[in-house]
Design a binder for this molecule. Sequence first.
Ligand code: ADE
Length: 450
Amino acid sequence: MRFDLISIFPDYFAPLRLSLMGKAEQTGLVDLHAHDLRDWATGKHRSVDDTPYGGGAGMVMRADVWARALDEVLSVPLPEPCGEGAPASFRRVLAIPTPSGTPLTQARVEDLAHADQIIVACGRYEGIDARVAEHYRGAGVEVVEFSIGDYVLNGGEVAAMVLTEAVARLLDGFMGNPDSLVEESHSGAGLLEYPVYTKPREFRALEIPDVLLGGNHAAIERWRRDRAIEKTTRVRPDLALSLDASSLTAEDRAALASCGVAYTRDGTAYRLQVRLAQPDDAAAVSELAARTFPDVCPSSLPAEAIEEHIATQLSPTVFEAVLSSPEEHRLFVAEVEGALVGYVLTHVGAHALPGDLVRPGRVEEGSAYLSKCYVDEEWRGSGIADALIERAVADAGEAGHAAVVLGTNRSNKKAQNFYKRHGFRKRSSRTFEVGGVRNYDVVMVRDLTA
Ligand code: ADE
């Protein structure tokens, strides 16, 4: 690939002959040309700039000088593409660095790596006469005006080097180990890279995360992905809200939801807040409970029994009572755009466990009892339920409970698998009345002491 960097300071580009870039030039992978714009200037002073029409501070680079340079460089012969399927014409790109250009992104760089020639026209002073970009665009040249960030440099040279390195390193054969390109920031799904560590193992009392020392590759991969998600949501929420949703697994969605980003099934991202419910949430939680509870009932359960359960057990009055004693009942809600879309309720007081569970041998006394975790239909699969469960479990752990116990209908295998993924294990069974009808639950326990 050929790069032509044109500037009034061509020596600026000397560092591009170092390191991997230098090697790529020696091996012919890149063909680097630094040009002095003044070679195309005329007159005694070989001037390249003049005062701006309309007045104002500074000088503007002349279109005629640039056009002479660009006409020549845009028509240099390029090596004939070889091999089957080689394109019939060359792709030549005129790149103009300017703080008013479109942001240079990895996606843009990946696209530019398919060009045959990139010419970078480096402006100085107040920039290049606007007719240069206009003329070449009009003449059918691919013109890219790009910015490397929301700050202003003295000229385009540094941005030209940024573009050159970012593009060249993607060329086949540039990297010693092409795997290095696979998991880096801004690649793939669009996550920032996870933290990396090497020897020495001990450094100023800072430790290597245990999982990286254990050799469990699946666990290491999960840990890295979770850290990448956590970092992206924290430092670049804009990226976390524009991920390629088709590449997100259920575990990714759970990690994102725990960090405050929820993706719907159609791939739209929303900010999510998981918070402790307040007394004035009682009516909204009751409505949410009423619309979600029927979904977890077995089809054999009569509608009247479900209605009776909702009217007696999930009424606003019941939730008002729950929310009036947060030291005994811990109710977390998931909120998206001001609407409640999920909740989890755990009983943590001295009498948290229902009578049938405290019978000797069933579950440890003093366990917290997770009585409900429901999410609106449209948000299932978004990771919100996972975020709610983890929040409730963490809360119970902080309150000193050694285990969290729950009961879930024995026919609801999906729910049982969900709780299993969250570390709950089957312990026993119990019966559970819904509107006077007896149901059979499995009892699952998550040990918090491990
Ligand atoms: N020239 C001056 N500032 C620039 C920036 N931020 N990006 C690209 N070119 C520039």
